[in-house]
Design a protein around this ligand. Structure first.
Ligand SMILES: NC(=O)c1ccc[n+]([C@@H]2O[C@H](COP(=O)([O-])OP(=O)(O)OC[C@H]3O[C@@H](n4cnc5c(N)ncnc54)[C@H](O)[C@@H]3O)[C@@H](O)[C@H]2O)c1
Length: 271
């Protein structure tokens, strides 16, 4: 379904680790829709090498950058503008990591060094990316900046641990910086709040298997897949959504508005 929705648009895509990654699907669809972009990920993620397959498939170049390093980010933007031959129309931030989740630390026993690392990678990196783009004046007017988030920012999902707080921080940055971008450049900034999705980051959350099945039964349309998310992201990078900004957009098959579903009630009914 290629309609050239992104013809002539240039961007940077953060966070494609392997073909399960949400960013991977977004890169594939952005390419199908005519966009040109630079792919980036943390230098440590490069070692797996899979991103090079995506680069070949989409005719893109890869520029490594740790999203918590201002030097790396400045280098990335400089190279991206030179490779793409001009300013950017879109940026995708698809980055998340909690050391406490990785190491199985409970929310009531957090390691604060790991907490700090987690919010820097998962939330402050979004501010860093936008600040570098802002100071370099790297965005074209009416561009679109997008990050990915999860409903644990609004409601408690115990095993999501400190990532819940990181996502609340991320969504707040989207609003605060979104205001600035809107006034100066008519650039919009939004977050997509996505269904649980089987990826490397997603599957790292304790009890993910049970949880994804529960979400499926609680969502009238079923869970949104990574492919569905990619379609939504394309619409947000396209000119069809130019006045949508500073929003947290639920993309979850109706999960966020469902109190309980019949499928879930049936499981708890006693004879
Ligand atoms: N999978 C889910 O269930 C789900 C649900 C809602 C939101 N999200 C969000 O979607 C986004 C993408 O995650 P995913 O599920 O595709 O998993 P993923 O593991 O494929 O992607 C996470 C990415 O973050 C990158 N990253 C980590 N540290 C980095 C750093 N310092 N600098 C640059 N990049 C770094 C990783 O290399 C990886 O590519 C994340 O923000 C995640 O929280 C995921």
């Amino acid at each position: 379904m290629a309609n050239n929705l992104l013809a002539g648009k240039k961007g940077i895509i953060f966070g494609a680790l392997n073909e399960d990654s949400i960013a991977w699907k977004i890169a594939e669809k952005a390419h199908e829709q005519g966009a040109q972009f630079v792919l980036t990920n943390a230098p440590v993620a490069m070692r797996m090498g899979e991103i090079n397959n995506l680069a070949a498939k989409t005719g893109s170049e890869v520029v490594p950058a740790d999203a918590t390093s201002m030097d790396d980010l400045n280098n990335l933007f400089e190279k991206a503008e030179s490779i793409l031959g001009g300013k950017l129309n879109f940026i995708l931030h698809s980055i998340g990591m909690s050391v406490n989740v990785r190491k199985g630390k409970e929310y009531t026993d957090l390691n604060y060094d790991w907490l700090t690392k987690g919010w820097d990678v998962s939330a402050v990196s979004f501010h860093r990316v936008m600040q570098v783009a802002w100071q370099r004046e790297a965005m074209n007017d009416w561009g679109s900046i997008l990050a990915l988030t999860y409903i644990a920012a609004q409601r408690t999902f115990p095993d999501y641990n400190d990532m819940a707080d990181n996502k609340a921080f991320l969504e707040s940055i989207a609003r605060s910086f979104g205001y600035q971008w809107g006034v100066r450049n008519k650039v919009r900034v939004n977050t997509i709040s996505q269904s649980p999705t089987p990826t490397t980051a997603g599957s790292g959350v304790k009890g993910f298997g049970g949880f994804i099945n529960y979400a499926e039964k609680m969502s009238p349309l079923g869970n949104a897949t990574a492919d569905d998310c990619a379609d939504y992201a394309i619409s947000l990078f396209s000119d069809l959504t130019r006045k949508v900004t500073m929003q947290n957009l639920f993309h979850d098959g109706g999960f966020s508005s469902t109190g309980v579903s019949e499928a879930v009630i049936e499981r708890f009914e006693e004879d």
